[in-house]
Design a protein around this ligand. Structure first.
Ligand SMILES: [Zn+2]
Ligand SMILES: [Zn+2]
Length: 75
């Protein structure tokens, strides 16, 4: 899945885990997947190479189609 910088909209380079880097801005970003219902961060669950996102606030498994990733600057 492609990730784009929230500032300059260039493609972000994946680093490790949920961290991405923008070469243009020289910044590191943390990828956050908020629940579309309650906006709380979803728990990432990895099984058999697939990643599922689960809301611990009563919304259960969230379809990846409904996810809207946010990128938070880490400096
Ligand atoms: Zn950028
Ligand atoms: Zn939720």
């Amino acid at each position: 899945m492609d990730a784009f910088c929230p500032k300059c909209h260039q493609l972000l380079l994946w680093q490790q885990g949920d961290f991405y880097r923008c070469e243009t801005c020289g910044k590191r970003y943390l990828q956050i997947a908020p629940c579309p219902e309650c906006q709380n961060p979803l728990q990432k669950m990895q099984a058999c190479g697939a990643v599922d996102y689960f809301c611990q606030h009563g919304h259960g498994l969230i379809s990846k189609k409904r996810l809207d990733f946010h990128y938070v600057e880490q400096g």
